[in-house]
Write a protein that binds this ligand. Structure first.
Ligand code: ADP
Ligand code: ASP
Ligand code: MG
Length: 419
């Protein structure tokens, strides 16, 4: 019998009726003759509410206690979903991350999965049970409960799928698939039939929160066949995420992401000496602060210094502000400038490789709208521009038009050229 992993996010489990709907989707898969492992998130906005509650009690709660608190959300979902499946007359069992043996690193709040015990899951499957696993959580060697980072249930699901070498990993959400851009921002965005792991990884990392970036990274590494589909339209196959080598690429740009959760930091007039960049980024790494879009300016001969600019996540801003004094004393810059009024707009496409002119088209499109670019970063398959937050919507809309990302469903399917 084939083993299938199904993952259901918070929006699919927001209330009792939705939990019953998910129970039906699970049983439907079981009735097709498959063994099913289900991974769930916390109900609706539970995790946000737990975080709010913690901050009402403490301004700076410990990471360990935050993990103890946040991991409870998923435990509610597994028990309720299992009960709903029992009501449909099927055998199911709920398991926490620790009970499954999802072993993680020793870091709280952003732990990476190191390994998963196969035997615990296999035991339950052999007994004919549908296994309902709490996503987003794991356990360290010492028995401490950890969480994987916001949106991390996707990664739990893909990691289990990889370990169990399953037939399919279906991620069910409140959208019908992956679109060229967030369909809630651009209702005319196109739904994609397929997208490559590489493109999806860029889109997810650039702020398309539809999939946790680490889930895509894991799927790519272990070649997990992954689909994003709707919990509310079970017959719709959604979007398949596959290797780029399996795809025919006709268009340079596949998708666009808009991320308003970034903050730009500029360390002004850093003395132009070997070792300064290393000191700065080692310090940031020591505090577990992830950075993006790093740019160091040309050294000005007048004062032999340059500016180092980068972006960080808004959630890390308080932590960064707490480090300002230390940065001032280590690097002696003239100022540390923080700009919260930014949005990062990125275009992504494996078809950009070896196609010159895509960057120029992006900059020209923004220029025509009178939108100033504050920072630019590129990789082989993406171009990101920072713009003022108030222009984000205009920029997204203009770029969607320019790169033909709107309209009816487009076939990126092998051998079928879109007309
Ligand atoms: P879940 O609760 O199922 O994990 P998420 O809220 O994490 O759901 O992800 C689904 C949301 O991702 C959608 O409601 C949509 O607004 C957003 N999203 C952002 N970019 C995209 C995209 N390119 N395609 C589809 N959805 C997207
Ligand atoms: N419940 C967690 C969160 O809200 C994990 C997830 O939804 O994937 O971030
Ligand atoms: Mg999610």
């Amino acid at each position: 019998m084939a083993v299938i992993v199904q993952k259901f996010g918070g929006t699919s489990l927001a209330d009792v009726d939705k939990i019953k709907n998910v129970a039906n989707a699970v049983v439907r898969e079981k009735k097709l003759g498959n063994d099913v492992i289900v991974v769930v998130s916390a109900m609706g906005h539970t995790t946000d509410n737990l975080i709010k509650l913690a901050h009402e009690i403490s301004k700076n709660p410990s990471d360990r206690e935050m993990d103890m608190l946040m991991s409870t959300g998923e435990q509610v979902s597994i028990a309720l979903l299992t009960m709903a499946i029992h009501e449909l007359g099927f055998d199911a069992v709920s398991m926490t991350g620790a009970q499954v043996g999802i072993l993680t690193e020793d870091t709280h709040s952003k732990a990476r999965i190191l390994d998963i015990r196969k035997d615990k899951l296999e035991e339950q499957i052999k007994a004919g049970k549908i296994v309902i696993v709490a996503g987003f959580q794991g356990v360290t060697k010492k028995g401490e409960i950890t969480t994987l980072g916001r949106g991390g249930s996707d990664t739990s699901a893909v990691a289990i799928a990889a370990k169990m070498q399953v037939e399919r990993c279906d991620i069910y959400s409140d959208v019908e698939g992956i679109y060229t851009t967030d369909p809630r921002i651009v209702p005319t965005a196109k739904k994609l039939k397929e997208i490559s792991y590489e493109e999806m990884l860029e889109l997810a990392s650039l702020g398309a929160n539809v999939l946790h970036p680490r889930s895509v990274e894991t799927a790519k590494q272990f070649k997990v066949p992954m689909r994003l589909r709707s919990s509310f339209k079970l017959d719709d196959l959604g979007t398949l995420v596959i290797g780029v080598e399996q795809m025919e690429i006709y268009k340079p740009v596949t998708g666009l992401a808009c991320d308003k959760s970034q903050v730009r930091v500029v360390i002004c007039d850093v003395p132009d000496r070997p070792g300064n960049a290393s000191k700065l980024f080692t310090l940031l790494a020591k505090h577990e602060l992830s950075v993006d879009m790093i740019i160091q300016s040309y050294a000005r001969s007048t004062n032999n210094s340059n500016d180092i600019a980068f972006t960080i996540n808004k959630d890390d801003l308080t932590k960064f502000v707490g480090m300002k004094e230390e940065i001032m004393s280590i690097l002696n810059p003239s100022n540390i400038h923080i700009d919260e009024d930014i949005a990062k707009i990125s275009i992504v496409g494996a078809g950009m490789i070896d196609r010159p002119g895509i960057a120029a088209q992006m900059f020209e499109t923004l220029a025509k709208e009178g939108i100033n670019i504050k920072m630019i970063a590129t990789s082989e398959i993406k171009i990101s521009c920072l713009v003022e937050k108030m222009y984000a919507k205009e920029a997204v809309s203009a770029l969607c038009k320019s790169f033909e990302l709107e309209g009816e469903d487009v076939a990126l399917v092998h051998g079928t050229l879109p007309d």
